[in-house]
Ligand binder design. Structure first.
Ligand code: NAD
Length: 303
């Protein structure tokens, strides 16, 4: 059965180019009414232009779909969601896709570089999602996508500002998934890789294998009403899709952790602390607390 979006309203931020454009086209082709948001600035976040969002809206309409443009920055999330409500009366899906880069070695990052990156990626994702939340709550239905990056998950040379911001949206997603679960508002994060202006500096022979068209299938599935996934983190690119999770070593309890000699005990136990044999995959804060108390109780012979 085709995954349809008839009657659903989808907001895609940064939908004038790259990955966002592909999401907008895909959702529209499956019956969704789409808000095509794009500020239309340069890669570093300066300037603006309505033409990118307009072009995508026209493309959708020419293909028989329904879309409206919005040119506000994601930092003004209410205005973007307002466009959805005024034109279509609801908002079902938010794709927090808009993004910029200000790559520099850590020692050269200015306060302005740091703030600008965080405002677009973190504050922007917060503002748009928060503005949509009350409507989704009333509807008892909503799907939110956060967009992270391998730079956020693993780090990348020259991207300290972007790495920090991109991992922040994973944290935001984790908690939205917890708060939204009982409201049927599901939030997931994707970690995409595809040829766009943000990856234009990478070798074209490699990037030729990673098309923006390869990313929407995962997003279209995750946002569908039939999908129960919530709080997941997925890597996606070139037709490959996988799920990521945390892993933890069995660990060691240092008796008398407040003693003067405790750092030396840490040193002596380092191989055990970092030994992945018998590793587990904690998936919640309560699992964290349960493990902490269990390990300590075992060590003290209380079990
Ligand atoms: P892109 O530059 O092609 O598109 C991003 C769009 O966002 C642009 O059209 C831009 O005008 C818009 N935008 C920027 N700031 C905005 C703002 N404040 N408000 C509204 N719109 C704004 O980039 P892309 O590669 O398609 O990236 C899309 C998202 O995917 C970004 O969040 C990026 O960090 C993330 N990402 C991309 C890759 C990749 O391989 N391309 C990898 C990891 C993460």
């Amino acid at each position: 059965m085709e995954l349809r979006y008839d009657g659903r309203v989808v907001v895609v931020t940064g939908a004038g180019r790259g990955l966002g454009r592909e999401y907008a086209l895909q959702f529209a082709s499956r019956g969704a009414s789409v808000v095509v948001n794009d500020l239309g600035g340069d890669m570093k976040g300066s300037g603006k232009s309505a033409s990118y969002a307009d072009d995508v809206v026209n493309e959708i309409r020419r293909a028989g779909g329904t879309a409206v443009a919005n040119y506000d920055s994601v930092t003004e999330g209410e205005k973007i969601i307002d466009t959805a409500i005024k034109n279509f009366g609801r908002v079902d899906v938010v794709i927090n896709n808009a993004g910029i880069l200000r790559d520099r070695k850590f020692e050269n990052i200015t306060d302005n570089d740091w703030d600008t990156i965080h405002r677009v990626h973190v504050f922007g994702s917060f503002k748009v999602s928060k503005a949509a939340w009350s409507f989704m709550k009333k509807q008892r239905y909503g799907r939110i996508i956060m967009v992270t990056s391998a730079a956020g998950v693993y780090g990348n040379f020259g991207q300290a500002n972007y790495s920090a911001a991109k991992l922040a949206v994973v944290g935001l997603c984790n908690t939205l998934a917890i708060e939204g679960g009982s409201l049927n508002i599901h939030s997931n994060t994707i970690c995409p890789f595809a040829a766009s202006r943000l990856t234009a500096k990478l070798p074209s022979e490699v990037m030729g294998k990673f098309k923006v068209e390869d990313i929407p299938p995962l997003v279209v599935y995750l946002c569908h009403e039939s999908c129960q996934e919530n709080g997941g983190l997925f890597e996606v690119g070139g037709g490959w899709i996988s799920k990521l999770r945390w892993q933890r070593t069995n660990g060691v309890v240092i008796p008398n952790a407040s003693a003067k000699t405790a750092p030396e005990s840490v040193q002596q136990n380092w191989d055990k602390i970092t030994d992945w044999q018998d590793a587990t995959n904690p998936a919640s804060t309560s699992a964290f607390f349960r493990s902490l108390t269990r390990y300590i109780a075992e060590e003290l012979g209380e079990e």
